[in-house]
Write a protein that binds this ligand. Structure first.
Ligand code: ZN
Ligand code: ZN
Length: 65
């Protein structure tokens, strides 16, 4: 089963994929490499028990009116 990242379009095979809390798409989470090149970022929400992620696509929609 092959999946591709919703943000960069590269395969999600060896990198641990996470699901965007907004659109549900699976994206890379590779903050260990470079936060600037990451396909998503961590959201911390008190209503959730744990970490949530938002993909760069949704992040841009929410930050720019
Ligand atoms: Zn990606
Ligand atoms: Zn998203």
């Amino acid at each position: 089963m092959e999946d591709t990242c919703h943000v960069c379009g590269e395969p999600l095979d060896e990198i641990y994929p996470v699901s965007c809390i907004s659109c549900g798409s699976r994206v890379h989470f590779r903050t260990a490499v470079s936060a600037e090149n990451d396909c998503c970022r961590i959201l911390t929400q008190l209503s959730l028990c744990g970490l949530a992620f938002i993909c760069n696509t949704c992040d841009q929609h929410t930050t720019s009116p």
